[in-house]
Unconditional design. Structure first.
Lengths: 139, 139
DNA sequence: GTCGGATCAATAACCATTCCTGATTCCGAG
DNA sequence: CTCGGAATCAGGAATGGTTATTGATCCGAC
C-alpha cells in the first residue's frame, strides 16, 4: 500500500478501512477505468458480503481525498481511474472500452481557458468518444 | 423559422411538428443552455398540455438531425444549445449557470487526438466547471 | 372521406446513484 | 482490558433524469 495514500487518509481524517482498501485493490486489478459496478463485482469475488452502496461510498471517499479520479461520458456510468495526471481517455461508443491517449499536450489548456472567462475555473475535462479498432473491424 | 432547419427536417424524413417548433422556440427564448426541464417549463407557458416526455422526444429528434447540440456535466441534467460550432461552455458549480467562453482555439484539438490513438475519434467535448462571478461574491 | 403510418400525451419502467436506518466495528480514555 | 461514543458498514428504499410503452390522435396519400 502506497505511503502517499496513507498520508492522504491521515490528513483527511478518514480511516483506511478494509473495504476502502479492497476497492483500491479492485481498481488496480481491473484493467483501467472500471465503473462502480465493475469494482463491485471484483470486490465481491473476495468478500461476497459487500453491498454496491458500500462501493459507491468508498469510491466517493477515495475521490474526495484525492486518491482516485473519475470521468463521465454520456450513456455510461462514471468510470474511475488511478491515474490522477491530466490525461486523455477515449471511450468506445460500441463496446464501452476506455483507453488512455498519451502524447496530446493539455498543459496550458486550463490557463488558456482561465484567461478567457470571468469564472474561476475549477476543472476542465476533455471527454473523447470514438470506435475502438476491434469494434471497427467487427462492424 | 430558419430555412436550414426546414432542410434538415426534410432530409431526415422527420416532420416539423408544432411541438418540435415549440421546443425550438423555447431554446431561443431561454437565455442559453437550458435543461429538458427548463425547456418543458417554457413550452408549457404557451401549451400547458405538453408532457415532459414529449419534450425529451422532441429534443432527441432535434439533436439527431443536427439542429441543436447538447453537453453533459456531472451533477447536472443534460444542457441543450443552439450553438453548433465547437466552442467552450463553463458551468458554475454553485448556481448551475452556463456561459460560453469565446477566444479559446479548439480547432486542431480533434485532429491532434486522432493522431495519437488507434480509435476512430467521433467527438471530443471539453467540459469546464468553475464558479461564476456572482457566486464568488456571495460566498 | 378512408386508410395506414407517424407522432403525440401520459404513464410506467429503468438505471445509476444517493439517502436512510439500524447494526457493527473501531478507537481512545480510563 | 473494557467501556462508550463515533465512524463506518450493509442492505434496502428512495431519488432524479431519462427512455420505453401504449393507446389515442393527427396527417398526408390516394
Ligand atoms: Mn485514464
Ligand atoms: Mn454553448
Ligand atoms: Zn469497441
Ligand atoms: Zn454561480
Amino acid at each position: 500500500m502506497d505511503s502517499g495514500i496513507r498520508d492522504k487518509f491521515r490528513k483527511s481524517g478518514y480511516t483506511l478501512t478494509s473495504q476502502r482498501r479492497a476497492v483500491l485493490e479492485a481498481l488496480t486489478e481491473s484493467d483501467g477505468h472500471p465503473s462502480a459496478e465493475d469494482v463491485y463485482l471484483i470486490v465481491k469475488r473476495k468478500n461476497p458480503r459487500v453491498a454496491l452502496g458500500t462501493v459507491y461510498q468508498a469510491l466517493s471517499v477515495l475521490e474526495e481525498i484525492g486518491v482516485i479520479g473519475s470521468k463521465h461520458w454520456n450513456e455510461s456510468p462514471t468510470r474511475y481511474d488511478l491515474n490522477l495526471e491530466p490525461h486523455l481517455d477515449i471511450r468506445c461508443g460500441h463496446c464501452g472500452a476506455v483507453s488512455e491517449i498519451p502524447g496530446v499536450g493539455l498543459d496550458d489548456l486550463e490557463s488558456r481557458i482561465q484567461e478567457n472567462t470571468t469564472y474561476q475555473v475549477k476543472s476542465a475535462t476533455l471527454v473523447v468518444e470514438g470506435v475502438c479498432p476491434k469494434c471497427r473491424r467487427n462492424q
